[in-house]
Structures are given as structure tokens and as C-alpha cells.
Design a binder for this molecule. Structure first.
Ligand code: MN
Length: 241
């Protein structure tokens, strides 16, 4: 093939592009229709109370955004990941969240972030409400045994929540040996991945508090402790004990 000089090849390229765009002009490309997110296999669980049930600690507008938009987005993105990677079909949410690191590399980030987001929020909503001002039964004993007092426990959880850099969660978890621990996870990582069972947790993503509390995360964590449903959390702990 004859070698063309720089100017000549630039001219040839220009002509080629012009021809291509003229041709495209004759047959306009239809506007692409966005593909709707698949409806399953995962679905957004309804809140187990009204959007305004946690007022004034958590305002209804934040609850709508947090549940209807943010949690829904994790569900949609997880369903899209399952649709795009047939090897994920039939796996439960827990299986995906626990084993994300063993999945094909192309699916890992989507499952880690959106599977984690779906699992963490699905766990979280029922732990909120206005049930009981303090832990009871086995959980009360376990917290006292580990932290000394309820106040000391709340201080340690608050400290963990305040020290999450950027977005993430602070948790009270049960370790495989049955003991309690406070830990934090970045982004939407779940304690389940490390084999830790969440007992309760506080979402410290700004989407959880920015509308009402702006940058005042400490005030939001206090508000969280006001709407923690200790009856529910204590009951779940006793069930799994
Ligand atoms: Mn959240």
C-alpha cells in the first residue's frame, strides 16, 4: 500500500469522516430508549412504619429520599448486575454479600457496593422505630458484660460513627465466638463478609442526615440513638443466641 505523508493522511481522514457524517445524516440514528432496571430478583422492602414515624429525630423527607431513592438505587443496580452476569443467577443476597470477592471480577464492585447497600439498608429499617428506651434480656446482659454500662456502649458506638472517614457504617456485631464488638465498615461493606453478625448499626452516609443535620454528624448519631428500636434489636439478638 502506498505510504501517505502526514498532510495527505490527515486530508484522507477528514474526507472519510465527512462522508461518514453525511451518510449518518441521511439515516438519523433513533434516540436510544433507556433500558428500565429489571424488576427482580431483588425488591425494595417497604418501611415497617410510616415515613414520618421517626419525626422529629429523622424527618420524613430524608426518610423518603433515603428509602425510595437511595435504597431503591442499590436494588436496581444489583438487579442490573445480576442481569448482566448470568453466573449470579439464583444466589441469595447473603450469598452475594458474603462471597462477593470470589465472583468474576467484572461483577465484584457492583455486587460489593449494591448488594452491600441493599443488605445493610434492609437490615437497618426494622431496627428503627420507637420501641423501648434500652436493651433488654440477653442483649442487655451482653452489652453490660462487654462495655460495663449502656452509657459506655453508646459512647463507644458514637466514637466509631464519628471516626468513619467519608461514607460508611458503625456497627455492634456478634463475632463467631459469640462475643460483641463495635466496628465500622467503609462504603456499603457488610459485616457479614467478615463473618460478623450485625446486631445494630448506624448509617453515617451523608444521605442519611444531611438535609436535617448538615455536617453535624454527632447530632445525627444522637438522634439515631433516640429512634433505635431496642425491643426489636433485643428480640432478634435473643432469637439468634
Ligand atoms: Mn443509607
Amino acid at each position: 500500500m502506498k505510504h501517505l505523508g502526514g498532510a495527505a493522511s490527515a486530508l484522507l481522514l477528514t474526507e472519510t469522516l465527512r462522508a461518514a457524517s453525511a451518510q449518518a445524516g441521511q439515516t438519523p440514528t433513533p434516540t436510544p430508549v433507556p433500558t428500565p432496571a429489571p424488576a427482580g430478583p431483588f425488591t425494595l422492602p417497604a418501611l415497617p412504619y410510616g415515613y414520618d414515624a421517626l419525626e422529629p429525630s429523622f424527618d420524613a423527607e430524608t426518610m423518603h429520599l433515603h428509602h425510595d431513592k437511595h435504597h431503591q438505587a442499590y436494588v436496581n443496580n444489583l438487579n442490573a448486575a445480576v442481569a448482566a452476569h448470568p453466573e449470579l443467577a439464583g444466589k441469595s443476597l447473603d450469598e452475594l454479600v458474603i462471597n462477593w470477592a470470589t465472583l468474576p471480577e467484572a461483577a465484584r464492585a457492583a455486587v460489593r457496593n449494591n448488594g452491600g447497600g441493599h443488605a445493610n439498608h434492609s437490615f437497618w429499617w426494622p431496627t428503627l422505630g420507637k420501641g423501648g428506651a434500652a436493651p433488654s434480656g440477653e442483649l442487655a446482659k451482653a452489652i453490660d458484660g462487654k462495655f460495663g454500662t449502656q452509657a459506655a456502649f453508646q459512647d463507644k458506638l458514637t466514637d466509631a460513627a464519628m471516626h468513619v472517614f467519608g461514607s460508611g457504617w458503625a456497627w455492634l456485631v456478634k463475632l463467631p465466638d459469640g462475643s460483641l464488638a463495635i466496628e465500622s465498615t467503609p462504603n456499603q461493606d457488610s459485616p457479614l463478609t467478615a463473618g460478623h453478625t450485625p446486631v445494630l448499626g448506624v448509617d453515617v452516609w451523608e444521605h442519611a442526615y444531611y438535609l436535617k443535620y448538615q455536617n453535624k454528624r454527632a447530632d445525627y448519631v444522637k438522634a439515631y440513638l433516640n429512634v433505635l428500636n431496642w425491643d426489636y434489636v433485643s428480640g432478634k439478638f435473643a432469637e439468634k443466641a
